[in-house]
Design a protein around this ligand. Structure first.
Ligand SMILES: Nc1ncnc2c1ncn2[C@@H]1O[C@H](COP(=O)(O)OP(=O)(O)OP(=O)(O)O)[C@@H](O)[C@H]1O
Ligand SMILES: [Mg+2]
Length: 219
């Protein structure tokens, strides 16, 4: 589903990822961890096709992302979605309109959109906020809107960058549990976080970045 083979990434000549190889199978739930600046966000962006490697090959589903044509990117984005650390929601629009956006872009009927948005809001647990303007929501609620928007198109892979970054421990556990449920339905989930509390002493697969290299399941 996701394959990195000998990937190198530099910014202004400074290496961030050096000869990174790993693969993630369909349906896996994986944490990417590592200290600040170790390249977690960069790695997610490489999967998403919003950054490109200087060397090496990246395959995501049927796409050779390391060599993808610009016109193929919209098709890639139907397979893989990204929950950004800063959410990137339209602050002046309602929850409904934010979540409906990806479906409107692909031209779904308004009636089907309403049904899907209500379903996904129930799933993330904020159905009562459907007509609220996003800027009036708490951080945890906005996080859930961002997740709802990322899963509304039924992607095969969801990437999330520090999805618990601004949340208290209880809200954080809630968000991780939500990703687990999404994963149980068959979606591959990749979460970047520096917070090891989520996977310490648990059975999760963890890929750890340190000084440009990637390590499997650090102790
Ligand atoms: N667009 C860019 N231009 C130049 N340097 C960049 C760019 N993006 C990232 N970097 C550098 O690459 C390195 C890795 O950044 P990245 O954001 O991937 O780290 P991170 O592990 O996500 O860190 P954090 O935990 O703070 O979010 C950092 O040294 C950063 O300064
Ligand atoms: Mg980051």
């Amino acid at each position: 589903m996701i394959i990195f083979q000998g990937v190198h990434k530099y910014y202004s000549g400074i290496p961030v990822l050096q000869n990174v190889s790993f693969s993630i199978q369909k349906g896996e739930f994986v944490f990417i961890t590592g200290p600040s600046g170790s390249g977690k966000t960069t790695l997610l962006k490489l999967i998403f096709g919003s950054e490109f490697p200087d060397e090496g090959e990246i395959r995501v589903a049927n796409f050779e992302v390391s060599n993808i044509k610009q016109k193929e990117i919209p098709r890639l984005r139907r397979v893989v979605t990204f929950v950004f650390q800063d959410f990137r929601l339209r602050q002046d629009l309602t929850v409904f309109d934010n979540i409906a956006l990806p479906l409107r872009i692909i031209g779904e009927k308004e009636k089907d959109i309403r049904q899907k948005v209500m379903e996904v809001l129930k799933e993330v647990g904020i159905r009562h906020k459907v007509e609220s303007v996003v800027k009036t929501l708490s951080g945890g609620e906005q996080q859930k809107v961002a997740i709802a928007r990322a899963i509304i198109t039924d992607p095969q892979i969801v990437l999330a960058d520090e999805p618990t970054g601004n949340l208290d421990p209880e809200a954080s556990e809630d968000v991780i549990a939500l990703f687990k449920r999404i994963n149980t339905k068959g979606c591959t989930v990749v979460i970047a976080t520096h917070n090891s509390d989520f996977f310490k002493n648990k059975q999760y697969r963890v890929l750890s970045l340190r000084e440009g290299k990637i390590y499997e399941n650090p102790s």
